[in-house]
Design a protein around this ligand. Sequence first.
Ligand code: GLC
Ligand code: GLC
Length: 814
Amino acid sequence: MNYGHFDDKKREYVIDRPDTPLPWINYLGCEAYFGIISNTAGGYSFYRDARLRRLTRYRYNHVPFDFGGRYIYLRDNSTGKFWSPSWQPTQHDAEEYSCRHGMGYSIIGSTFNKIKAETLYFVPLGENLEIWQLSVTNLSKKARYLSVFSSIEFCLWDAQDDSTNFQRNFSTGEVEVDDGVIYHKTEYRERRDHFAYFACSEKLAGYDTQRDVFLGAYRSWNKPSAVERGRSFNSMAHGWAPIGSHHVKLNLKAGETRIVTFVLGYHENPKDKKFDPPDSQIINKRTVQPVIKKYLNPITVQAAFDSLRSYWEKILDLYQVQTPDKHTNRMVNIWNAYQCMATFNMSRSASFYESGIGRGLGFRDSNQDLLGFVHMVPDRARERILDLASTQLETGGAYHQYQPLTKRGNNDIGGDFNDDPLWLIIGVAAYLKETGDWSILDAPVPYDNKSGSEMPLYEHLERSLKYTLDRLGPHKLPLIGRADWNDCLNLNCFSDTPGQSFQTTTNKDGKVAESVFIAGMFVLAAHELADIAERRGLNTNAAGYRRAAEKMDSTVHTHGWDGEWFLRAYDDFGKKIGSKECEEGKIFIEPQGFCILAGIGLEDGLAKKALDSVNKILATSHGIMLQQPAYSKYYLNLGEISSYPPGYKENAGIFCHNNPWIIIAEAMMGNGDRAFDYYLRINPSAREKIGKLHRCEPYVYAQMIAGRDAPTHGEAKNSWLTGTAAWNYFAVTQFILGVRPTYKGLMVAPAIPTKWDGFSVSRIFQGVCYNISVKREGKGNKVRLMVDGLAVEGNIIPKPPSGVTQVAVQVLLN
Ligand code: GLC
Ligand code: GLC
């Protein structure tokens, strides 16, 4: 069942009924000011840090869900009827409703009693503010006398404190209202030099800033007193809950349209110019007034919206594909790329599932996200890499997370997730292949942010590799530490105390439990670093890394192979995990994917066997499950993985994040049909038709789809902020379509379905636009390359002489 449709031309998803199974959200902002917005205008805004600089309130896990937002009310002053054009919070049955989620903007509106109202929400580039541009049209044959009310509920900045510390917060709230602009200035009198403002383009009939006055006692946002009676109270907040609401009267002739613009923004003043006059407690507004004035002008708004559209067009143009499959086209060309940018901007901080007060930036997560966005924002990727590497410890280990505002490692969680350091090598390698910017390796980077400890980035990579070699277990496989990629396989935790953190509790000394996943990852990372070393002329180092890789490869053959698939791990007793000998959890997806990505078993048939086992045991029509059989009870020696009911999350859920590892492995084996089949099973657009079961947005990936053991098999959860975005993008663009940056140039190595007769890609790589057209001649994947009309050996397009910006590439597949 569909709740809307894709408008690929406009790069929008159009939702045509408000009661989606879950709020279907979008993101506003791409630099410093951000917001989430649902299809019924729910959501909130923040400046840089969703926890520490929260502008507006949102109520997570509220009933009804998705509560708190950018709500507008309309009131027909002749009948007293009022409604909200975004459906929430009044939930009126509209004659027509639509929400268009686009690249960095949303347009939400409806028609009710012949009044059509639509609001465009977006954040202009380079500004710390959001625009709500409301347009109201009178579709009836007579004049209509309307009132418009805006509403926003201010958060007292620290979102965590805001929702817990009521004994203080009910007394701190302060606002000013000046020239129709509502200023939220809680704590401005003391150490804050920032405030929020909410402005309106029209002459006000009134305003409100105190929530309880605006709503009335015991009322909710669906029936505010002020709206019901058709007149604001001009209330001033003193403590309690400051809000912003403007009241504007609109008299519309038959057929007339009027635009009303609201601007909600964040502003910082220089510390010594906070007050005006200086000896008062009144906000100095001279610094912000020009910005407000600028954006209350519809011409500026239109220009800002146009620049936002070109910004996205430019980013998306870097990789555009035409294949016979529309789901592939729209995910690659629009939504998957867009989601990768959301994970870059948000990491795992703010979504419908991430409350904005939880995690910092994950070390592992951020390195992986890079695979998806490095070509879109290479400069910012460079900065991200250097930030991440600066939190690395001298041992080569890494803090599991860091806080974006301070850029410091997070002490509450600490380190010892033994896969973490290796992700840095994989991230840096992706950056180098994409940009050719070798200078990054010489950038001086501190350890643990300590000044004086700076070493070239290259040295950080060496320590990452060494970190694994310094920590080998009884079988000479890497020790797992607190966990590897699977945060929930906690082999040294042994927790029997409710509420203890599986991530940080360590009750075993960690000298026994080993990870075959890290072994695979090590082989991959060691070869990547060897490639890098060779290019820097460090041939002896490179040879050393290759030897270490080969040794680990052979250790995996001896101690990491179970007969039909790769083992997952050894536990603290030295017993196998992910083996036919186990009662539950006999086979796991991760080592099958990562060992093959590293090239282990490609030649001797192990890879093929492992992939056939995945196909037989783990694959379902909704995607590939993480392991089987699911754990039916809690295992002290396994930790969080067995804490989830069977079929959910890491306990045999379909983790969309690691399905692409299998897709890549299949592509590496030349199985385009299977690779593509797996790809389509979790492709959100392809799942649109089962929207009622899938429930999450059909335009972005979710972290998980419930596995076969779950009563809700096929239901997705935790959309948007997941490594799934980057990995699927990486798998489809670089392995199925096969257009892959390498040190020598752009490689074309497609593994597409046999029934495709070809496809074309335009890819901008290091400033050159490659127009690649692939034609199938036979059923295989052998590539014959013609570059600008000339045959070229192999499958790598040589870099053209400088000055050339367009290259035509013909590929024949046999
Ligand atoms: C979550 C985490 C990621 C982890 C995965 C599996 O997605 O963000 O770091 O690898 O779960 O546990
Ligand atoms: C929980 C989640 C896991 C995630 C981790 C991050 O363990 O189940 O998916 O990776 O938290 O902290």
